[in-house]
Design a protein around this ligand. Structure first.
Ligand SMILES: [Zn+2]
Length: 106
């Protein structure tokens, strides 16, 4: 239900550990997803279920941070989809960021 992913850019040295989804006990109100804080441009992991945060963050599961025309595989978590590749890199600003699964937990 929850996944551990590694974010890494193919054009620069940006990389980060990412928690994605929620655990068995709390998935109804907790669903972590990678995001960019709009004011600072910082890469963060935030709760997608908390709608009050959506004014302050762009989520990688939404279209804004995905390269248009991507037709590859996705990491799915209920209605959320995270592209494997071609995501916005917070450091070099290319659509060069990948999410690689490192573990799954319940
Ligand atoms: Zn980069």
């Amino acid at each position: 239900m929850g996944q551990s992913l590694k974010a890494e850019c193919k054009d620069c040295d940006f990389n980060a550990q990412v928690s994605y989804g929620g655990g068995m006990m709390n998935f109804k109100y907790n669903c972590l997803a990678p995001a960019i804080e709009k004011t600072t441009g910082e890469f963060k992991i935030v709760n997608h279920k908390d709608k009050s945060l959506h004014d302050y963050y762009d989520f990688y599961t939404d279209d804004t941070l995905k390269h248009k025309g991507y037709i590859g595989r996705t990491h799915d978590n209920f209605d959320l989809k995270l592209n494997f590749n071609s995501n916005f890199c917070p450091q070099c600003h290319g659509f060069t960021l990948s999410f690689v699964r490192t573990a799954i937990y319940s």
